[in-house]
Structure formats: structure tokens, C-alpha cells
Design a protein around this ligand. Structure first.
Ligand code: PBG
Length: 324
């Protein structure tokens, strides 16, 4: 006799569904989209098959079709032309910035959706760093007023949540205070709290042509070997007024997601980054992995670790699959 047969709880699809511990609803997904200035552009990103740089006219159509699949949350990244970049990222808060105009147009066309921005200097910086560079050093405190101008410009354009991804110290409090002073007390902050210095951002930097011109991001992004430090970052962002804490990347950092979920009362987001998505895509294209099954397993692992929200390039395909 065998008293315990765990397989009894797996014997039919109905029982497996009844006993399923983690479900992932499309409402928890955020779809990252890349936007470029111009018209009629749908430019595929080489290292991110199935992902494009869209011009505003076509991104509106894309968002419309994603809304039909149930996707309500989007994070937008601008691909900025090289000649508009400078050392102080001035284009990020310029009146002519196509990204700000696009935010405004998307929000007025689809007022019900949530739009999240990226706050960091790298897409606009001639140095390709998230903060201000002086004598080969990324200057923390000198970066804060620049990030603040960027965040306020995005709030004015109608963004729902700003997403500081820059990893400068003290930026959440700095941005919160300036947003409030400017009357944007309802603009949320989804903070990139535990953002690691990861090789898996490579395809994203191809998409925006935003790789650092010199050096790396290790003096501001976290060491992949560290976990306790994530708690320190979480404590600071919480005290500084963040609404949501984020871990990035996701699947290689499931332990960090779990740690923050168990130690914070704030919602936890996880960013399933470009490299995680691209390696799965590449394996699927070669026929080494089943795309749909591998993608669903990747996403459920992030939810199981404790993420309330998942930013993922798989959002559209996942939503399509769920819808059937
Ligand atoms: C910019 C930023 C990066 C990502 C999101 N915001 C790149 C970086 O920090 O170098 C990466 C996202 C991805 O790889 O999908 N600060």
C-alpha cells in the first residue's frame, strides 16, 4: 500500500485546473512598445523578432488591436535620432519631443489604458548612460534635476505612471517632490528598484541604439551576485514614495522577486527583459523549443515567484493564446 499518491491530484485536466496555484491574467501584463518619429514606420528589431519600432500612426493601430486582446497596460520607449542626443538629454523635455506628443495622442485616443514611461537619460544621451556623465563618471546628484524635467514633461503629456529606470540614488523622492510641486500628485511612480547590470538588455539597446559609448553601467545598476542589496533598494524606494517596486530582469532573478514580495507591502513588478525574450524566440525559430509552451512556462514562473505585474514582450502573444 502507498498512502500518498500525489499523481491523484493530477489525473485529469479538470482536477489540474481546480488545483492550479498560480493563474496569470492578461490584466497583470504590461506590453513594452518602441516608438520612432515619422509616419508609416514598422521597423522590425533584428535581435527581437516580432518586435518593432513603430511610428505614431501605426502604434495607434497596434494598441487598438492589443486592446481588443485585453491588454490595458503599455510601457513606451522612444528611439531617438543620434543628432538629437546631447550630454544633458535636453530633447527629453523639449517641446518638440515626438515621444511626448505621442504620449498625449495615445492617451487622448485611448483614455482608458495605462501608459507607463521610461525615465532615464540613455535614449537621449550622447554618452548612452542613464545619468549625466562628467570626466567619465556618472554623476548622481547632477542627474536628478534632468530626470525631474523629463518626468514632469511626461506628466504634462498625460502619462499615468512614470518609470524611473536610471538607478540614481534618491531619485524617487526627488521626482515625487517635484511632481507634487507641479500639481501631478496623481501621477504614479513604478520604480525600477532592483535593476541589475545585466547582459540581457542587449537587444533593447539595439532597438534604441542606446548602448553606453564608453564604460558600463556597473556603478549604478546592481551586481547580479547580490540579493540583500535589493532589500535596501526596496526600503529606500518605499520610504521615498514609490507606488510599485520592480525587479529586472525577471527569470534570472526569481529569488529577488520572491524576496521583495515577502518583505514589502507594495505591489511587485518584474521586467521580463529583451534578452530573456530573444533567447526563447531564437530557440523557437531554430525548432529547439516549443514557443507557446516555453513562453507560458516562463511567464507563470515569474508570477509564481510573486510578481503581481509582469512587463513582457510576450504580452500580445500570451493574450492571443488565452483568448484562443
Ligand atoms: C533604460 C532601460 C533599459 C531597459 C529598460 N530601460 C536598458 C538599460 O538599462 O541599459 C532594458 C529593457 C529590456 O532589456 O527589455 N534605462
Amino acid at each position: 500500500m502507498m498512502l500518498n499518491r500525489p499523481r491523484r491530484n493530477r489525473k485529469s485536466e479538470a482536477i489540474r485546473q481546480m488545483l492550479c496555484e498560480t493563474r496569470l491574467d492578461v490584466a497583470h501584463l504590461v506590453y513594452p512598445l518602441f516608438i520612432v518619429d515619422g509616419n508609416g514606420i514598422q521597423d522590425e528589431i533584428k535581435s527581437m523578432p516580432g518586435n518593432y519600432r513603430w511610428s505614431l500612426d501605426l502604434i495607434l493601430k497596434e494598441i487598438d488591436s492589443c486592446i481588443a486582446l485585453g491588454i490595458q497596460q503599455y510601457v513606451l520607449f522612444p528611439a531617438v535620432k543620434e543628432h538629437l542626443k546631447d550630454s544633458i538629454a535636453s530633447y527629453s523635455y523639449s517641446n518638440d519631443n515626438f515621444y511626448l506628443h505621442a504620449i498625449n495622442k495615445i492617451k487622448t485616443t485611448f483614455p482608458q489604458i495605462t501608459l507607463i514611461s521610461d525615465v532615464a537619460m540613455d535614449p537621449y544621451s550622447s554618452d548612452g548612460h542613464d545619468g549625466f556623465v562628467s570626466n567619465a563618471k556618472i554623476e548622481n546628484d547632477a542627474s536628478l534635476p534632468i530626470l525631474s524635467k523629463m518626468a514632469i514633461a511626461q506628466a504634462q503629456a498625460g502619462i499615468d505612471m512614470i518609470g524611473p529606470s536610471d538607478m540614481m540614488d534618491g531619485r524617487v523622492a526627488y521626482l515625487r517632490e517635484d511632481l507634487d510641486k507641479a500639481g501631478f500628485m496623481d501621477t504614479s511612480i513604478i520604480s525600477y528598484t532592483a535593476k541589475y547590470a545585466s547582459a540581457y538588455y542587449g537587444p533593447f539597446r539595439d532597438a534604441l541604439d542606446s548602448a553606453p559609448k564608453a564604460g558600463d553601467k556597473k556603478t549604478y545598476q546592481m551586481n547580479p551576485a547580490n540579493k540583500m542589496e535589493a532589500l535596501r533598494e526596496a526600503e529606500l524606494d518605499t520610504m521615498e514614495g514609490a507606488d510599485i517596486l520592480m525587479v529586472k530582469p525577471a527569470t534570472l532573478y526569481l529569488d529577488v522577486i520572491q524576496l521583495l514580495k515577502q518583505n514589502s507591502h507594495l505591489p511587485i513588478a518584474a521586467y521580463n527583459v529583451s534578452g530573456e525574450c530573444s533567447m526563447l524566440m531564437a530557440a523557437a525559430q531554430k525548432g529547439y523549443l516549443d514557443y507557446e509552451a516555453a513562453m507560458q512556462e516562463m511567464l507563470i514562473s515569474i508570477a509564481r515567484a510573486g510578481a503581481d505585474i509582469i512587463l513582457t514582450y510576450f504580452a500580445k502573444d500570451y493574450a492571443g493564446l488565452i483568448k484562443g
